[in-house]
Design a binder for this molecule. Structure first.
Ligand SMILES: NC(=O)c1ccc[n+]([C@@H]2O[C@H](COP(=O)([O-])OP(=O)(O)OC[C@H]3O[C@@H](n4cnc5c(N)ncnc54)[C@H](OP(=O)(O)O)[C@@H]3O)[C@@H](O)[C@H]2O)c1
Length: 242
């Protein structure tokens, strides 16, 4: 294995990193405020190096135009930039990681306090991050033609009532889900010391779930894995018994 180091902010390093590369998988940067520019640097370098295919880890969201959490829009700006580059592309639109659920519901405190978030009746086709990684590797190891978009989601979607039911089953203690009002939730986050901007972003993220943005079901993940993805019960059992 040869490792070429490139950082998204350093164009020369990206040019060097692209030498001799056929397929580029751009993993969305974690600097959410600046990542669209960073992604554009990677796409430009890939185009300059005449690579054969560029792939990108985007997000599965139903209607980017009506998202409350504006930071998610960067994924779709990146998708548009990739499409405009005219490089052959593979887009992986990934659903919310099931791995994020403990963080969403407040760690082990959930077994005492229950779930209080503004996700309403919203459903999410949660899938494990490791399985999305495996599916992406399988897709990119196969010779592809043309432009492809995969929706990496579970084969069914789950509400936070379902999450509560699985946690009840796992712990033997009743865990309830009580949908919160977005404004009350945001005020509580600020009261716990989170900066206003972060509280607004988290509330927006969960409100998008309530609005059905993550209720997308596809068999792409199952097909790329060659087996059924880990379901909610199996996944939460894994995540809570680590
Ligand atoms: N679907 C979901 O639920 C979900 C949840 C969380 C995140 N995400 C998305 O997935 C992305 C990755 O999240 P993650 O948790 O997998 O993060 P991660 O483990 O930190 O991976 C990010 C990867 O991108 C690389 N990277 C980041 N900034 C870079 C830069 N400026 N230059 C070069 N490489 C850079 C990192 O390289 P190094 O290893 O060298 O640092 C690392 O390999 C996020 O940006 C987010 O969009 C999706």
């Amino acid at each position: 294995m040869t490792i070429h180091i490139g950082t998204y902010d350093d164009i020369q390093s990206l040019d060097r990193a692209m030498l001799g590369i056929e397929t580029v998988l751009l993993i969305a940067g974690t600097d959410e405020e600046n990542r669209v520019n960073q992604h554009q640097n990677v796409v430009n370098a890939a185009k300059k190096a005449s690579i054969r295919r560029i792939a990108y880890t985007s997000r599965a969201l139903r209607d980017p135009a009506t998202l409350v959490n504006q930071l998610m829009k960067g994924h779709f700006q990146t998708e548009d930039y990739i499409k405009a580059s005219e490089l052959p592309y593979t887009l992986f639109e990934n659903i919310l990681y099931m791995d994020a659920i403990p963080q969403f519901v407040g760690g082990d405190a959930v077994f005492e306090r229950g779930i209080h978030i503004p996700a309403g009746q919203g459903r999410v086709a949660l899938a494990l991050r490791s399985e999305m990684g495996e599916a992406i590797a399988n897709a990119l190891a196969t010779t592809a033609e043309g432009n492809l978009t995969y929706h990496l989601t579970n084969r069914e979607s789950y509400s936070f009532y379902d999450v509560a039911a699985v946690l009840t089953n796992l712990s033997g203690k009743p865990v309830t889900y009580t949908p919160a009002e977005p404004a009350t939730f945001e005020t509580q986050l600020i009261g716990r010391g989170l900066p206003d901007v972060v509280a607004r972003r988290i509330t927006g993220f969960i409100t998008d779930i309530a609005n059905g943005q993550e209720d997308i079901v596809s068999l792409d993940l199952e097909n790329l894995l060659g087996r059924k993805p880990t379901n909610l019960k199996q996944g939460l059992t894994l995540l809570y018994t680590r």
